[in-house]
Design a protein around this ligand. Structure first.
Ligand code: PRP
Ligand code: ADE
Length: 178
């Protein structure tokens, strides 16, 4: 059953070569968002994984911008809160930030200082793991707030870029691998 959900999701991911830069094969999730059954399958599989592997989850942390598409849906299913990690300059009030590089650029990740309390247990969610730069920076933010990363969850993992190695000892759960 979860195998057929994965297949449904796979069929809704398209490749666009040389976007946004030459040499990058961009994985487009727009068809996945447009297909209600496939989007439900994503959240079902995430929910199943969390219930099986994590006894206590305090918050889901979503990464700007495509992590925002899946994070709140999962948080609602689990009955927990959702917190934004944004690119720099978008969040009001006191924040902490970390600079990082990703597959095709660089940016700063930022979180509100009071968004996560010391000791809270959080799960990170994004659409895609490439080099791991973005999720690694987010782990740094959570560490600065003295909270605990339980693991990282993504729809798509680009295995050849070895992002999961960069994130060790944190675990990575992915639905579709290339
Ligand atoms: C993309 C993607 C991940 C990140 C993965 O985000 O949504 O967040 O890159 O790459 P990495 O593993 O090499 O860090 P992008 O910064 O393009 O932002 P967007 O979601 O706003 O399009
Ligand atoms: N973010 C980083 N690398 C990506 C890729 N190849 N496709 C879509 N989003 C990405």
């Amino acid at each position: 059953e979860s195998q057929s959900k994965v297949q449904l999701i796979q069929r809704c991911i398209r490749d666009f070569p040389d976007f946004p830069k030459k040499g990058i094969v961009f994985k487009d999730i727009c068809p996945l968002l447009k297909d209600p059954a496939a989007l439900t399958a994503v959240i079902d599989l995430f929910e199943e994984h969390v219930k099986k592997n994590h006894k206590q989850v305090d918050l889901i942390i979503g990464l700007d911008a495509r992590g925002f598409l899946f994070g709140p849906l999962l948080a609602q299913r689990l009955g927990v809160g959702f917190v934004l990690v944004r690119k720099r300059g978008k969040l009001p009030g006191p924040t902490v930030s970390v600079a990082y590089a990703l597959e095709y650029g660089e940016a700063d990740a930022e979180i509100q200082e009071d968004a996560v309390f010391p000791g809270q247990k959080v799960l990170l969610i994004d659409d895609l793991l490439a080099t791991g730069g973005t999720l690694y920076a987010t782990c740094e933010l959570i560490r600065k707030l003295q909270a605990e990363v339980l693991g990282c969850m993504v729809v798509i993992e680009l295995k050849e870029l070895h992002g999961a190695d960069k994130l060790k000892p944190h675990s990575v759960f992915s639905l579709v691998q290339y």
